[in-house]
Design a protein around this ligand. Structure first.
Ligand SMILES: NC(=O)C1=CN([C@@H]2O[C@H](COP(=O)(O)OP(=O)(O)OC[C@H]3O[C@@H](n4cnc5c(N)ncnc54)[C@H](OP(=O)(O)O)[C@@H]3O)[C@@H](O)[C@H]2O)C=CC1
Ligand SMILES: O=C(O)CCC(=O)C(=O)O
Length: 368
């Protein structure tokens, strides 16, 4: 079992809450990492194999992401130990019970993450009047439906073009995960002329040298099939996508899937981290030494939370799109300039960018 006190440093976490409600089979954890910038925003992840450590690392990623994006929100995250494919009524019971359990945890504003969506956030709002990433019908900007994070990934890719010498028009892309992030990243990149040659979901990897027709892939997924059911595609195991032949790799699913065992075998020259914490630091160092450019998670995938914060302040969808584009373009440029001019590891440049703002905000808090 992870001892949370061993994970604490000067940034956080500030609060860790374990939730259990045996009558509905709910087990959950909320980590509020750092709230110096304001009440924390972060997604609610539903998966059977989540851990306290994963939740704390994701909450820290949110502190950095929100700080780097210049939001007036701290970082937090929640995990619910359950199968997201449970029958809808059961899922609703769990989410509503979770919402009631965090009613008094007012410095945490929940949003969607893996295994949850806009509908889940509507249930949360209905229970406690507080959540982001809501359906349009109740005044939200549905960040997963509009593909806010995928948009930001495409913006980061555009900024990276001259740094790595890859033209998006004609670039071969591999994507792990075809959910809210992966699907929309694929769509935005295809609009710029890129060709999706490998894609993975929980059922495995599908590869097609001539590129997938994204509408057919989306139809397959909507009908409950796996990407591996795409007619004519070559099938491989789930992790094969990571080492697929491509120019750009976009991990958009689970944590730590790029580590020292596979970093050396990656064929891509550019990795844009759509998922949170998809690569270990050692793997990112190996990739840096191999001249593979990695755009860190909290720089590239901030589109969702930027959208959430615009919604929270009563802004519109077009304001959200403009803010995502502006902030991700600026942050990606800043990080990549550090890499190019000083040889800095992208992760170190990104951490410095985020923590500079976080520490300034922390200096303004009461210290006694
Ligand atoms: N939603 C958002 O706006 C944001 C999400 N993120 C991060 O992006 C990642 C994906 O989130 P999101 O798209 O919302 O999640 P979703 O639940 O919408 O989609 C997840 C996708 O990953 C696939 N998947 C799950 N496990 C594996 C695996 N082991 N190998 C390959 N594919 C797998 C799923 O497969 P299947 O379809 O078969 O279930 C699904 O296609 C997470 O790390 C999340 O924290 C980051 C920023 C914002
Ligand atoms: O608030 C949200 O749901 C999106 C933010 C998030 O959880 C993330 O960026 O990982």
């Amino acid at each position: 079992m992870t001892d949370i006190f061993e994970m604490i440093d000067e940034l956080g976490p500030e609060k860790v809450v374990h939730i259990s409600n045996a009558s509905v089979g709910l087990r959950a954890i909320v980590v509020l990492d750092n709230t110096a910038l304001g009440p924390s925003i972060g997604g609610v992840r539903m998966a059977p194999d989540v851990t306290l450590e994963e939740c704390a690392r994701l909450a820290r990623a949110m502190s950095r992401k929100n700080a780097a994006a210049g939001l007036s929100h701290g970082g937090g995250k929640a995990v619910i130990f359950a199968d997201p494919r449970a029958p809808l009524a059961e899922k609703e019971r769990l989410i509503r019970a979770f919402a009631r359990a965090i009613a008094q945890l007012t410095d945490y504003i929940p949003g969607p993450d893996m295994g949850t969506n806009e509908v889940c956030m509507a249930w949360v709002r209905d229970e406690i009047g507080r959540s982001v990433g809501l359906p349009r019908v109740i005044g939200g900007i549905p960040l997963d439906e509009i593909g806010a994070t995928g948009l930001g990934i495409a913006v980061a890719a555009e900024v990276a073009e001259p740094f790595v010498g890859i033209a998006l028009d004609g670039a071969r892309i591999a994507i792990q995960g075809f959910g809210a992030v992966g699907r929309h990243a694929a769509r935005h990149l295809a609009e710029k002329g890129a060709c999706i040659v490998a894609v993975a979901d929980s059922g495995g990897t599908a590869m097609l040298a001539d590129g997938f027709d994204l509408s057919r892939l989306e139809e397959l997924k909507a009908d409950g099939y796996s990407v591996t059911d795409y007619p004519g595609a070559e099938r491989a195991d789930r992790d094969a996508v990571i080492v697929a032949r491509c120019d750009i790799l976009i991990p958009a699913a689970r944590p730590d899937i790029i580590d020292e065992t596979n970093a050396g075998d990656i064929n891509a020259r550019l990795i844009i981290e759509g998922a949170n914490i998809p690569a270990t630091k050692a793997a990112e160092q190996t990739l840096h030494a191999k001249n593979v450019l990695v755009i860190p998670d909290f720089i590239a995938n901030a589109g969702g939370v930027i959208c959430a914060s615009v919604e929270y302040q009563g802004g519109t969808e077009s304001q959200a799109v403009a803010t995502i584009t502006e902030k991700i373009r600026q942050n990606t440029r800043e990080v990549l300039s550090q890499v190019r001019d000083h040889g800095t590891l992208p992760r170190d440049a990104a951490d410095a960018l985020a923590e500079n703002r976080l520490r300034q905000a922390m200096d303004l808090r009461r210290r006694f």
